[in-house]
Design a protein around this ligand. Structure first.
Ligand code: NAP
Length: 291
């Protein structure tokens, strides 16, 4: 029950009404017996600074930041985690001593935890990232931190792919290269492919960044950051070629778990995570008409 002592947490972005974060955080809070509530704050671009100051003024316990403010918020915060700085995007605001706020990026941790829970390791593997937007930067840093043998980035706009390849090589000393989307389809030295574009997301479910049916013949694992539909056209094609496939649902869940742990300075036990993840999957199917 909400009382006079209940702490408020929230998500700032635009739009935010469709977000699953309130469901995940409120269920974690209930499971961990923490007196908090998590709500969404739709914020107009011109009001971002005011909203940030409002978080501090109102004593909001902590916040997530989503599209389109993950980069802009960096201009507001007091300090930034090194990985978030390399990624160039912050999705979690955490109070440090006093009123100072440090920005973190938990997307890369969410993806890493999802891969680990599916018994996929990055170390020593050749990884292809399709797309070079905000989430691809987090994927690139995750691969580099986990010591991939090689990171290849393929994107429509080549300069954005080059920027990610440069971070991977220069900040983490991991071999990287850039290819076109067409070239990416025929690479023979890729173990894991991670799809980060919005192509194939509901309702445009027939789209895919890859046009052929027989791409990346030697890849073992295919990951799509999209979670609606549960199996994109990209993942369906990869599955038909014998790849292990993973969608973005667990990444979404585990990035929230990491934010929750940072805010409350605790570790959510594995069994509590499993219970909440199961409930989340069920809720998506029942309440949100998960396609
Ligand atoms: P973003 O910053 O807008 O980047 C989108 C990327 O997709 C860019 O590289 C863009 O290429 C490429 N792209 C877009 N339309 C394209 C098209 N028609 N043909 C070829 N390439 C195209 O987006 P983002 O924030 O990285 O998010 C991307 C996806 O990841 C979304 O579906 C989002 O829902 C999902 N996501 C999931 C999670 C999760 O927790 N599961 C977390 C974050 C994001 P250009 O550079 O050429 O424009």
């Amino acid at each position: 029950m909400i009382t006079g002592k209940t702490q408020v947490f929230g998500l700032i972005g635009n739009p935010v009404a469709q977000s699953f974060s309130p469901y995940i955080h409120n269920s974690l809070a209930e499971a961990m017996n923490i007196d908090m509530t998590y709500v969404t704050f739709p914020v107009e671009k011109v009001k971002l600074s005011e909203a940030y100051r409002g978080i501090k003024a109102l004593g909001i316990g902590g916040a997530n930041v989503t599209v389109p403010y993950k980069s802009d918020i960096i201009n507001e915060i007091d300090a930034i985690d090194p990985e978030a700085a390399n990624i160039g995007a912050v999705n979690t605001l955490v109070y440090e001593e006093g009123k100072s706020i440090r920005g973190y990026n938990t997307d890369w941790i969410g993806l890493l935890t999802s891969l680990k829970s599916n018994l996929v390791t990055i170390e020593g593997k050749s990884v292809l990232i399709i797309g070079a937007g905000g989430s691809a930067r987090a994927v690139g840093v995750m691969c580099a931190k986990e010591k991939a043998a090689k990171v290849t980035v393929a994107n429509r706009t080549v300069s954005k792919a080059e920027a990610i390849a440069a971070i991977v090589a220069e900040k983490y000393d991991v071999v990287s290269r850039v290819v076109t989307i067409d070239q990416a389809q025929n690479l023979e030295d890729v173990d894991i492919v991670i799809q980060t574009t919005p192509l194939g997301m509901y309702p445009d479910i027939e789209r895919s960044p890859i046009s052929g049916d027989d791409f990346l013949k030697n890849a073992e694992v295919a990951v799509d950051l999209i979670y609606n539909p549960a199996e994109t056209k990209f993942l369906a094609t990869a599955r038909q070629q014998g790849c292990k496939t993973i969608n973005g649902l667990e990444m979404l869940f585990y990035q929230a778990v990491k934010a929750f742990e940072l805010w409350h300075d605790l570790t959510v036990p594995k069994e509590v995570q499993a219970k909440c993840l199961e409930a989340f999957k069920k809720a998506l199917e029942e309440k949100y008409q998960y396609h």
